[in-house]
Write a protein that binds this ligand. Sequence first.
Ligand code: 2AM
Ligand code: CA
Length: 270
Amino acid sequence: MAIRSAIITVMIQAAYKAAPGLVHDFGEVENLQVSMKGPSDFVTSADLQAERVLRAELARARPAFGFLLEEAGVVKGTDESHRWIVDPLDGTLNFLHGIPHFAISIALEHNREIVAGVIYDPLRDELFRAEKGGGAYLNNRRMRVSSRAELSQAMIATGIPWRGRPRQSQYLDWLAAVMTNCVGVRRLGSAALDLAYVAAGRYEGFWEPALSPWDIAAGILMVREAGGFVSEIDGGSGVLASGDVLAANDQLHEPLLALLAAANATRGAT
Ligand code: 2AM
Ligand code: CA
């Protein structure tokens, strides 16, 4: 049985407290799917309710810490060195369409460094967690990134920039490179779970541009603590700020970086 610190226990309890509401509301989406109005407003309120529960639970346990919340934004704490980064519902579009793939993501920053992360998939009851220097776990089993070392055997997850997002033609060049060199590409719609799955060795890698800190903060730590590497898509180190993520197992991070860079070079992009 893995040892859990007090802080990760607080995060897990908060996720467990918010999850039943999300699961219940997800059940309602199916009924609303056929109504004239559709489930959009309902999903927004499910999202907000989950965020309220998470915020209340985390604040109760550590009243001085600040927050960066997907819905409510920045909430300053009296302790400026600690900040929770919370996505109450990652995979909102899946949730809205009745697709059972979404998660709660909670990270803790200390002096601007991510020190703990929890990603909880309530429908599969899969709890992913990591602490800086303490390894990464899936439901109390130690996680390790996959050992596949060939791009030709690699399953790569991604996120496709949707309507109105920048860099769509650049994205198509990246995709062309990855799809022609790797064994498979997946786009499941929750960046938090994509990163958790890289940590768990299910995917060899994941890349997506222009994500937000709450999508990726917990997952970045998880991949690193599971022995993988995370950088920006061009290899830079400002991944939390830019949201341009490339995560992979230790053996394939470098080859993927080169593959994506070559795709840009072919196209003449900088
Ligand atoms: P969200 O579900 O919390 O919004 C998938 O590409 C990632 O992008 C998800 O982590 C998702 O987080 C985020 N995202 C934000 N807006 C999106 C949109 N309109 N369509 C798809 N994904 C979106
Ligand atoms: Ca999100």
